[in-house]
Design a protein around this ligand. Sequence first.
Ligand code: ATP
Ligand code: MG
Length: 450
Amino acid sequence: MTETPPRASRAQTPNRVRGTQDIFGEEERRFSHVLSTFDRVRRLYCFNRVEVPVFEATEVFARSIGETTDVVSKEMYTFPDRGGDSLTLRPEFTAGIARAYLGNGWQQHAPMKLATSGAVFRYERPQKGRFRQFHQIDAEVIGAAEPAADVELLVMADQLLSELGIRGVTLQLNTLGDAETRNVWRAALVAHFEARAGELSEDSRARLAKNPLRILDSKDSRDRPAADSAPDIDAYLTPEARAFFDAVTAGLDAAGVRWERNARLVRGLDYYRHTAFEFVTDRLGAQGTVLAGGRYDGLIGSLGGPETPGVGWAAGVERLAMLVGEVAEQKIDAVVVPVGHSAELRAPGIVAELRRAGLVVDSPYKGNLKRRLARADDLGATLAIIVGDDEIGRNEYQVKLLQEGTQHTVSAERYRQALAAIDKVEPILARNMLVSIKAGFVRHLIEIGG
Ligand code: ATP
Ligand code: MG
C-alpha cells in the first residue's frame, strides 16, 4: 500500500524559468528543420562549422558589442564564478568568434567563412518571439574586406529563407559608409537633431551624445518626424564608399536577390562599416526582424587585435520556426511485430539488421498482435514485419503492407535478397535517400520473384 505524504512535506514542482522554453512535438520539428536546413545550406556555401563557449569573460562582449548598446547595458546575464571572475552567458555569437579568431591565431586561415548555432541569452521582457534563452543561427566571414563577402552572406541568407519556404520577407539594405563618410554624416545628424532636441524622446536625447545614429531607427513615435527628416547618408558618401555599396547591390542583382533600400536602417557602434541589413516580415507583429547583420570592420581591433575586416549575420531560430509551414513527422519504414516466445527472442536481431541497412524501424515493447499492429498503423509505418513462432519454424516472414492492407508470405531467402538490394538502389537525391531505400526494399520483398 502506498501512503500519500502530508501535503506540507510534498516537494514543490519547480517551474520553468521565465523566458525559457521546452520545445517538443510539432514545434520541435519546425525548430530542427530550421537547423538542418541551415546546416545543409551553409555547406553549399563552404562555411565551416565552429563551436564557441556558451560563456566568456564579460569583457569579450562588453568591449566588442559596446557599453552603450541595449544588449550590454541592460540584457546580459553576468555573474561572478566561484573564482571571482566576471563571466557572461553569450548574448550573441560574433564576439566569441572574434575572440576565438584572435586567440587561436586563425589569421593564417583568413578569409574564414564560419557558421554556428545554439542558445543565446538576453534579459529581456518575454513576449511572442522574444525569449530570455533563445537560439540563433549565425554566419560570419572574417578577414575579407571585399564586397563579395557581403554579397555571399546575403545570397546565402536569401537561399536559406527560400529553402525554408518562408515567403513575404523583405531584405532591407543600407550602407553606413566608410570611416570618413560616417564622421561627416554623424556630424550632420547631430546638428540636425540638436536643432530639434525639444521634440525628441528622453531616450533619444540621451542617444544624441552617445549614439546619435540610433535615433534614426527609433520606434518611439515622438522621434519619427525628426528622424524621418534627417539627412540621408547618400550626400556624404566618399567615392570609395559609394563604389562598395554599388558592388554589393550589383552582386545581389546578379544573383537575383531582391532588396529594398532602407536609409533609416543603422547600427549604432562606430566599428560598423558599409553594409547593414535586415530581413523583415510583417507576419510576426512587433518581432518582425528575422535575420540581421552587417559589416563590422572595427570589431576585432576593439578586442585588441590587428585591424581585421568582418561581416556576418544572425537569425532567431524561434522566429524562423514560427514562419515555416508544418513539418511532417518522420516516416517509419517498418514495424517489427514478434508473436510468441521464440519470436520475441529473435526480434532484436531482426530490428537491428533492418536499421543497420538504413531503414527507419520501430518495435513496440509489448502487446499482442492486434495492439502492436494498431500501433504500427498509428505510427504511419509502411510495413509490418510479423514473425511468429510458426514463421520461424517455416523460415519465413509475414509482411503486411499497412497502407494497402495486403499481407504476403515472404521466404527467408527473398527477405535476404531484398535487404541486399537496398545497397543497389541508387539514391535519387541525398534528401530522398530513405524514400528510395524503402522503395527498393519493398519492391524486392513483394514484387520481385513473387
Ligand atoms: P530586436 O530588435 O528584435 O530586439 P535585435 O536587434 O536585438 O532584435 P540581433 O541582436 O540583431 O537582434 O539578433 C539577431 C536575431 O536574433 C534577431 O533578428 C531575431 O530574429 C533574434 N532575436 C533577438 N532577440 C531575440 C529574443 N529575445 N528572442 C528571440 N529571438 C531574438
Ligand atoms: Mg534586442
